[in-house]
Design a protein around this ligand. Structure first.
Ligand code: ZN
Length: 163
């Protein structure tokens, strides 16, 4: 185990590397404690201790958040929203702030010919009430996920379930 001071000087410059999931050993991505506090279920909120939170990006792993220092972890059923990149997430949100799903974004692209974030936002209402730090499980702007969904729609040209 690395000394705490070394850990901090390695990570405090926005470096997202380091800290592996205690369950699957996949690399975690740093998230703010504020995000974790906002998204865990009410009865887990008091269990949020420590300030070195990561999110496990492995789609098969049940662990969502874990704290590198204290070893605290929160599983999928202890988090209020489905995590879009985890297996069987339902619904799969592209924008957590406005509760717009990946499917709605793809539909805007395929059925209504939207090609840009702006067009998709106008059609779906995505990113209207941006409060990503609290609402997005990674504490990042939904922009990137919406863009990925647009790309998916543009590539496939059809909706997954229709036609
Ligand atoms: Zn994991």
């Amino acid at each position: 185990m690395m000394a705490k001071s070394c850990w901090e000087c390695n990570t405090n410059k926005g470096n997202r590397i380091g800290g592996n999931c205690p369950d699957c050993n996949n690399q975690g991505v740093s998230v703010k404690r504020l995000t974790v506090e906002h998204l865990v279920t009410e009865n887990c909120r008091n269990a949020v201790v420590g300030d070195q939170y990561k999110i496990c990006m492995n789609e098969d792993c049940d662990v969502v958040y874990f704290d590198v220092d204290s070893g605290t972890r929160f599983l999928r059923d202890q988090v209020k929203v489905p995590i879009w990149f985890k297996k069987d997430a339902n619904p799969k949100y592209a924008c957590y702030c406005s509760k717009v799903t990946e499917e709605q974004v793809i539909e805007a692209v395929v059925k209504h010919g939207a090609k840009t974030i702006q067009e998709v936002n106008a059609l779906t209402g995505a990113m209207k009430n941006s409060n990503c730090k609290e609402n997005n499980p990674l504490g990042i702007c939904c922009h990137k996920i919406v863009q990925e969904a647009i790309d998916k729609g543009l590539r496939s040209g059809t909706l997954p379930s229709t036609e």
